[in-house]
Design a protein around this ligand. Structure first.
Ligand SMILES: NC(=O)c1ccc[n+]([C@@H]2O[C@H](COP(=O)([O-])OP(=O)(O)OC[C@H]3O[C@@H](n4cnc5c(N)ncnc54)[C@H](OP(=O)(O)O)[C@@H]3O)[C@@H](O)[C@H]2O)c1
Length: 329
């Protein structure tokens, strides 16, 4: 089969290529999937850079979310049959390939009404957005949510999910002024470009926020603390810049501010509580099938085009969500 292979860590696309490799076979509790579509994510870029904890060995095939049909079912798997259309989270990566290996516990049937290209954006991107809001931040309808990197995949997904969860006020920040329009289009009420006094701009837009979803390590934590209302929850869920994280704020500051700081990792949750990830994935596919959630994706025509998309994401030039068509590519 063909797979996208990263041969060594790199800041650019030079060490990524499409190669012929051996197709995986399922072990107990696993399935293999003939991939029709796979999600492209910033996590692939973090793997490409060689960020600690993202790659266990080189060469590495990235990709953590796929849609396709079940190819083979391992021992001890029930409820999934060969040929069934499924979406899956692939915690060990390997999704950007013609055949992917996934735990059966993280593989979910796709309702007929959901196109595979959209389903492929669900296991990592949308599931992360939903679990950030519901599990990690305990979002309640009517609350104000601040999201950094608002014009990206997860940022856009949060904006589309908040109305489906009862509605709230949405504030986004973006790294460059030319991304303001994309964030507004996905549903943000207020979008702030981070080239001025961000905390002041957020406060001026209408007061403190209840929930902060922050994928920027600790780089924006001072801003988060400055704009969070008493009872607010700040969820740290990434390290886009890749640098060393600063220490968390001291207890007295959190206690006096009545502020909670939490962490979130879907990759860890997929190992420790896969049923929560699968439940969220099923809920999202049902929301899409019922027309209560719309998820626009940009479809890329072949695996060979993915290194350029990775580079676009690495340079912060991406907007929205990219999915690659793998079958027949
Ligand atoms: N914890 C989890 O379970 C989990 C799961 C999925 C994704 N994530 C994280 O969520 C974030 C969004 O993911 P995505 O797939 O939606 O990515 P995306 O669409 O590519 O968005 C990533 C954004 O990060 C910012 N960025 C890119 N390069 C950067 C750099 N070198 N330094 C600082 N900021 C940079 C850019 O936004 P601005 O310049 O506008 O800020 C970019 O739009 C990523 O950081 C990813 O690692 C975490």
């Amino acid at each position: 089969m063909r797979a996208l292979v990263m041969t060594a860590p790199s800041e650019g696309p030079d060490r990524t290529e499409v190669r012929e490799v051996e197709a995986p076979r399922p072990g107990p509790g696993e399935v293999t999937i003939d991939v029709t579509h796979a999600g492209i994510n910033f996590l692939d870029v973090m793997a490409r850079r060689g960020d600690a904890g993202y790659v266990s060995a080189w060469p590495h095939t990235p990709g953590k979310e796929v849609a396709g049909t079940v190819r083979e079912v391992g021992e001890d798997v029930s409820g999934l049959v060969v040929g069934q259309r499924v979406a899956a989270f692939t915690p060990g990566a390997g999704g950007l390939a013609e055949v992917a290996l996934a735990p059966a516990a993280l593989t979910v049937p796709i309702p007929d009404a959901v196109p595979s290209a959209v389903a492929a954006a669900t296991p990592l991107m949308l599931t992360t957005a939903l679990l950030l809001l519901t599990d990690a931040a305990r979002f309640s309808p009517g609350e104000t949510v601040l999201v950094h990197s608002a014009s990206g995949g997860v940022g856009g997904a949060v904006a589309r999910l908040v109305p489906a969860l009862g509605g709230g006020r949405l504030i986004g920040t973006v790294g460059r002024a030319d991304k303001v329009a994309a964030a507004k289009e996905s549903g943000y009420d207020v979008v702030v470009s981070r080239d001025g006094d961000v905390a002041e701009a957020i406060r001026a837009s209408g007061g403190a926020v209840d929930v902060v979803l922050d994928p920027q390590g600790t780089a924006l934590l001072e801003t988060d603390l400055a704009v969070t209302a008493p009872g607010g929850r700040i969820v740290l869920f990434g390290n886009a810049g890749g640098g060393q994280a600063a220490p968390l704020p001291d207890l007295q500051r959190l206690r006096a501010g009545n502020i909670a700081v939490a962490g979130f990792s879907i990759s860890s949750l997929a190992v420790t509580a896969p049923e929560r990830v699968a439940r969220a994935l099923r809920r999202l596919l049902d929301l899409i099938a019922d027309g209560r959630l719309t998820v626009p994706v940009t479809e890329v025509g072949s695996l060979a085009e993915v290194p350029e998309i990775h580079q676009r994401l690495a340079e912060g030039r991406g907007t929205g969500k990219y999915v690659v068509r793998v079958a027949g590519s």
